[in-house]
Design a binder for this molecule. Structure first.
Ligand code: GLN
Length: 278
């Protein structure tokens, strides 16, 4: 079997299994098993594939068809151009979360000398890794309640001398003030459990997804305390669910901690994160 036939075959199997982005996932999986990039796939269509590779690929295709997300199968996901190691201990980094990093990198504040950033609920450590990659002078604190997540975050953050990790239930163990606080907390409502994609619900960590009946438990706690840990003029960015904007704005406003508040949209035009200034 050559590369083109291989790719077509995986795509067909994925389609039959009802995988939404069958073509894209087949391409990513082919790159992974062949240890090549996408350009190589399209420029070497006639190249024959070793039997051993085919066998290994079949096992991974089978796993994917059973619902396990591709990022877990491959063991990594791209986030802002940084390769993040992932497994079932952490949420798979999502493209919409990259917007929070981009917002920080665009801000004047990111140029500040001695910049201090707090990344609450770091999970895989993706936000901190992407920030550290771009802001080597900043000092970054990445926290999570999950010890398992922190183990993996520590691994992902090992190339960066300017990031520390801390096990903390939101702000509980956090000390000091920060110029920027960023967070992708759990925000899925318990009542929406059944509407989640099966692969999310069955494979990604509960703790990183759900937060009480309306999904706002963690968000409420974070907003209640954020002001105390934010420098005057500091920036606060927090990812939210697409239907939570109004409620989140209200909660944030009622804390009296912020001088400006807005909800920013993701590339799909959905409300995606809260942006606030102290
Ligand atoms: N965006 C994720 C989802 O919809 C949820 C992530 C989160 O709760 N922080 O599956």
């Amino acid at each position: 079997m050559n590369i083109k036939e291989f790719l077509d075959e995986i795509t067909t199997v994925f389609r039959k299994a009802g995988i939404a982005c069958a073509e894209r996932e087949a391409l990513l999986l082919a790159c992974h098993v062949l240890s090549v990039d996408q350009v190589y796939i399209f420029t070497h269509k006639d190249e024959y594939i070793d039997e051993k590779v085919l066998l290994a690929a079949a096992a991974l295709v089978n796993e994917r068809c059973k619902g396990r997300p591709l990022a877990y199968i491959m063991g990594s996901a791209d986030f802002c151009g940084v390769d993040i190691t992932v497994d079932e201990r952490v949420l798979i980094p999502r493209p919409e979360t990259e917007l929070l990093v981009e917002e920080i990198l665009r801000s004047e504040l990111s140029k500040k000398e001695g910049l201090r950033i707090l990344d609450l609920c770091t999970g895989s450590g993706c936000i901190s890794a992407a920030l550290a990659d771009n802001l080597p002078e900043a000092s970054i604190l990445a926290t999570d309640l999950s010890l398992k997540a922190l183990q993996l975050a520590g691994y992902n953050l090992r190339p960066y001398g300017n990031v520390k990790t801390l096990r903390s239930d939101l702000f509980d163990k956090v000390e000091g003030v920060f110029d920027i606080i960023v967070s992708n907390p759990p925000y899925v409502a318990e009542k929406d459990r059944d509407t989640l994609q099966k692969e999310v619900r069955d494979f990604e960590p509960e703790m990183a997804l759900f937060s009480g009946e309306d999904g706002l438990d963690a968000i409420r706690k974070i907003l209640a305390e954020a002001g105390e840990y934010l420098e005057e003029g500091g920036l606060f960015l927090m990812e939210i669910g697409e239907e939570q904007a109004e409620e989140v704005l209200k909660i944030a406003y009622e804390t009296g901690s912020f001088s400006s508040l807005s909800i920013e949209k993701d590339l799909a035009g959905l409300d995606r994160y809260l942006k606030a200034r102290k």
